[in-house]
Design a protein around this ligand. Structure first.
Ligand code: HH2
Length: 266
């Protein structure tokens, strides 16, 4: 079984766990290359924080943040995904050599799926209820798994209608979900497997890890995040979006060797 790791690289001043850390292009490229060397299958470059309540970023500013970093990583041979909700940013990133569009908006924005299709790129289709500014005001569901599944099906259709073949489905932990919602989704992840595409899960350093471990500081949530990553793999996840690549890679190496018969082995 091959579980891929996507290394998180936020080129933002305000991301919830690592904002400001890699704000210069040179620092971000160096950090991205470290994530790759540590075992990331690709580096997920983002220029706009999506933490609850985050202020939206102008397109020109997002491009200014991410393009030099993508160019630097691609020049060094590192595979890159672009974490954006803006079709124009996705297009520019793909033109600069990114291979995958990671859209927390689930391809809702007109032109997003088209951008990926035009470049022959893959997509990560994530479920989010509402927008980052307001999503944590709406975390009550009658049936969180059913609603996430229906949302993913809509995004999936936008991608398959355009002939996109590399599609990852992401339940969007923390995006309009509270701790109970996130835990329900992790426990019932296998119910999303029959959508027929590999699952991509981002739990790293999120507030529910803080709640479960009592760690207020996102940087202290590394061990808890590794626990969530392994729970996602038990549930059938094929890709994990994480900040702590080396720790996740080592944990996976041991876990998969010791417990190979997990759900949804790809
Ligand atoms: N989570 C974040 C950002 N992008 N993309 C996908 N597909 N899945 C996720 O769970 C996901 C994501 C939020 O984490 P982070 O990038 O660390 O923070 P911020 O949005 O504040 O930059």
């Amino acid at each position: 079984m091959n579980v891929r790791i996507a290394g998180v690289l936020n080129v933002t001043p305000d991301s919830f766990s690592d904002g400001g850390r890699d704000a210069s292009a040179a620092a971000a490229i160096s950090r991205g290359l470290t994530l790759w060397a540590e075992g990331a299958a690709w580096v997920d470059v983002g220029g706009e924080s999506t933490r609850p309540g985050a202020a939206p970023v102008e397109e020109s500013e997002e491009l200014r943040r991410v393009l030099p970093v993508i160019e630097g990583l691609v020049a060094a041979g590192a595979p890159v995904s672009i974490d954006t909700q803006k079709p124009h940013v996705a297009r520019a990133a793909l033109a600069a050599g990114a291979r995958l569009v990671n859209d927390v908006g689930g391809l809702r924005a007109p032109g997003m799926a088209e951008a990926a299709a035009e470049f022959g790129a893959g997509v990560v289709v994530m479920h989010m209820r509402g927008e980052p500014q307001t999503m944590q005001r709406h975390t009550r569901y009658d049936d969180v798994v059913g609603e996430v599944r229906a949302g993913l099906e809509r995004g999936l259709r936008r991608a398959t209608d355009l002939g996109i073949t590399e599609i990852w489905l992401d339940p969007g932990l923390g995006f309009g979900k509270d701790t109970q919602g996130n835990l329900t989704l992790l426990r019932r992840l296998p119910e999303l497997l029959d959508l027929g595409f590999p699952l991509y899960v981002g739990a790293s350093r999120k507030s529910f890890i803080g709640e479960l471990t009592g760690r207020d500081a996102p940087l202290e949530r590394g061990y808890g995040s590794v626990g969530a990553a392994l729970a996602a793999v038990v549930g059938g996840a094929s890709a994990l979006r994480v900040h702590d690549v080396a720790a996740t890679r080592d944990a996976l190496a041991v876990f998969l060797a010791a417990r190979p018969a997990v759900v949804g082995a790809a």
